[in-house]
Design a protein around this ligand. Sequence first.
Ligand code: SF4
Length: 253
Amino acid sequence: MPEIIARPRRARGRKVRPPALPAPAERARFRRVLLRWYDRHGRDLPWRTTDDPYHILVSEVMLQQTQVDRVLPKYHEWLGKYPSLEALAAAPDDDVSATWRPLGYNVRPKRLHSIAREAVTTYGGRLPDDRETLLSFKGIGEYTAGAILSFAFRKRAAILDTNVARVLYRVFGAKGDPKGHATTKHLWAVSEALVPKARAFDFNQALMDFGAMACSARKPTCLVCPMAKFCRSYPWTPAPAATPRRKARASAA
Ligand code: SF4
């Protein structure tokens, strides 16, 4: 259930030197190992066999906060009912909300609907293929723009959701609050530095699968992980649970 991660805006105040990016040799090794893993274990998903930007958009919005198994039937139902941006734009609001149920986070169908209407009104029923214009749509942020550029237009664009951020944080030993402003900014930069010229599409899909299937939040498979030799978090151990205050005082007495 990955969440998308917004790219932080420039922070005001004292300038702090950003952490170093992985060296070229580290980047190359990471890409090589990840793509080899993906070739063996990558999931076969319907949005990986299309380059229709609208279909990619639907899958990306559905996958935010929702597991793949729940998305699959709804993805097919949605595209059966609204096969194009024009069809979605012309649908009544109530119909769109009803079709979305029971996926939840009900602001998402409204966003999709609004994007479809803007695409039809302003861009002839197409999604643009440049970042700035995509970002000008209400409801398209950095992650979704990167996903559309990478998966639909096959451009060398970075993505960062919670699965991807967790992998990069662990493998490259990032420091600080994983959800903090500075760390998020650094991880976006790492993700950008890693996207290869060749196989950028596969690389981003592989990052998402690896975060969901191997380097998961609670039970990463470190003992059989192909990154183990160079992962700076190997073997990953969960942070100890915080002791409730009252208990801590009692045991200190
Ligand atoms: S060794 Fe563990 S923490 Fe490191 S990438 Fe593999 S699964 Fe993740």
